[in-house]
Design a protein around this ligand. Structure first.
Ligand code: ARG
Length: 464
């Protein structure tokens, strides 16, 4: 069933008929790549200026093109632009409208370039903007965590391994752990940005061009460090998008872990944290419910972001050089991942800004589960000169005694302790309290409030 439409106005010279409707449906990318309109127009304006400077087109043609492109942009911005599926993608939609607006000069814009370098350029510009936006989003989240960390630098809470109480830590220390993770996510985006910042424009279809273009001029006009050095590579790789997606996946993994902790911590069983009404929802049947939906959705977003990464890796795998249409499938993956990540970052920042650490529940929880047993063992080593392995054994016996008696370690009497190890003195009780425990952990990067404050201050300066 062929539909006898006219052949494509941009490339239809050798075509007798237009595409089948199904062909148009599978081929067109305009429904999604219109998100790159601003980048497309920016790239074309730089290209036109360069063509004029190199004497490839006249100044007056370049002026008409550059002005006309601004009109197209404002039509798109104000929503009056008519996108056409028959024109396939954003590149041909813009150029076709430019032709309507300025006439013949529009046909000279595509000199010395191809849609292959054009799409690589537009997509790079789009991804680069997103990398910058993610960096800003991460910085906002880090700042919110720093406020929590400083306010809770000496609020004691249980530190877990295997989700079993391990040793007391501070709320501030826990918040600062995420500051470090999000800082590495930020630097991953920044590293990737440096690596990708080469302009593909002028690589043309795949082989470069015979026109005397100046690729350095367009590269610098568009904020790139240099033009890419190989035209085949420039039009055929999407590793910059893969790096964005992999850095996004790692960041989303961090967000997901933190979100999971907030879900657990806000439960009635833990009561470590109170989330604000602004970032919770109610139940339509159970009136008492306040659900951590934002945290749950952040926890889940990593699924789609990882999916996008795997999808694009799979799309790119096995593609021969140079451009193949497969690569058109790159955009929806990246758009969706970027939207998901930005939303998750914003929601997490809002939640962290609003949430309240429940000091009392945290301290009670910190003191249960024999959390200062390591402090006791360390005391035996320090004060009695016991080898650590023996101290571990003695402490284990004392924990068993406390457990059997249904009490915590500081509740044992001195006599009870001495029945296990005769040399223990009264001063042992000094290390069994959770505040003493955290205050003693002054090693660099440790949980002592002084350490936490120093780290928070360092990050505050860095982010100023
Ligand atoms: N819409 C295309 C894409 O997203 C633009 C490049 C088309 N190039 C081509 N030779 N058909 O990849």
């Amino acid at each position: 069933m062929s539909d006898k439409k006219q052949s494509n106005a941009m490339w239809g010279g050798r075509f007798a008929s237009g595409p089948d409707a199904i062909m148009e449906a599978i081929n067109a990318s305009i429904d999604f790549d219109q998100r790159m309109a601003r980048q497309d127009i920016e790239g074309s304006r730089a290209h036109a200026a360069m063509l004029a400077q190199q004497g490839i087109i006249t100044d007056s043609d370049a002026d008409a093109i550059r002005e006309g492109l601004l009109t197209v942009l404002s039509e798109i911005d104000t929503g009056t632009f008519q996108f056409s599926k028959a024109l396939e993608d954003i590149h041909m939609n813009v150029e076709s409208r430019l032709k309507e607006l300025v006439g013949e000069p529009a046909g000279r814009l595509h000199t010395g370039r191809s849609r292959n370098d054009q799409v690589a350029l537009d997509f790079k510009l789009w991804v680069r903007d997103q990398m910058d936006a993610v960096v800003l989003g991460l910085e906002a989240l880090m700042k919110a965590l720093l406020v929590q960390a400083e306010a809770g630098a000496d609020v004691v809470m249980p530190g877990f391994t295997h989700l079993q109480v391990a040793q007391p830590v501070t709320w501030g220390h826990h918040m600062m752990a995420y500051v470090e993770m999000f800082a590495r996510d930020r630097s991953r985006m920044q590293d990737a940005r440096v690596r990708m910042n080469e302009s593909p424009l002028g690589a043309a279809a795949l082989a470069g061009t015979g026109f005397p273009i100046d690729r350095y001029m367009t590269a610098s006009a568009l904020g790139f460090d240099r033009p890419s050095a190989n035209s085949l590579d420039a039009v055929s790789d999407r590793d910059f998008a893969l790096e964005f997606l992999s850095a996004s996946s790692i960041c989303a993994t961090h967000l997901s872990r933190f979100a999971e902790e907030l879900v657990i911590w806000s439960s009635a069983q833990f009561k470590f944290v109170t989330l604000s009404d602004r970032f919770s929802t109610g139940s339509s049947i159970m009136p008492q419910k306040k659900n951590p939906d934002a945290a749950e959705l952040i926890r889940a977003k990593v699924g789609r972001i990882n999916g996008s990464l795997v999808a694009l890796l799979t799309i790119m795998k096995g593609l021969p050089l140079a451009y193949s249409k497969d690569m058109q499938e790159d955009k929806e993956q990246v758009f969706d991942a970027a939207d998901s990540l930005m939303l998750a970052l914003a929601a997490m920042t809002g939640m962290v800004g609003d949430m309240a650490a429940n000091k009392d529940s945290l301290e009670v929880a910190a003191a249960t589960g024999f959390s200062t047993a390591t402090d006791l063992a360390d005391w035996l080593v320090r004060e009695l000169g016991m080898p650590f392995r023996d101290a571990h054994h003695v402490t284990g016996a004392l924990v068993k005694m406390a457990e059997d008696g249904g009490v915590d370690l500081p509740d044992l009497t001195l006599a009870q302790m001495q029945s296990v190890c005769a040399d223990i003195t009264d001063s042992v009780f000094g290390v069994l309290g959770v505040h003493n425990s955290v205050a003693s952990r002054v090693s660099y990067g440790g949980t002592a409030p002084a350490q936490v404050r120093a780290q928070a201050l360092r990050w505050k300066k860095e982010l100023k």
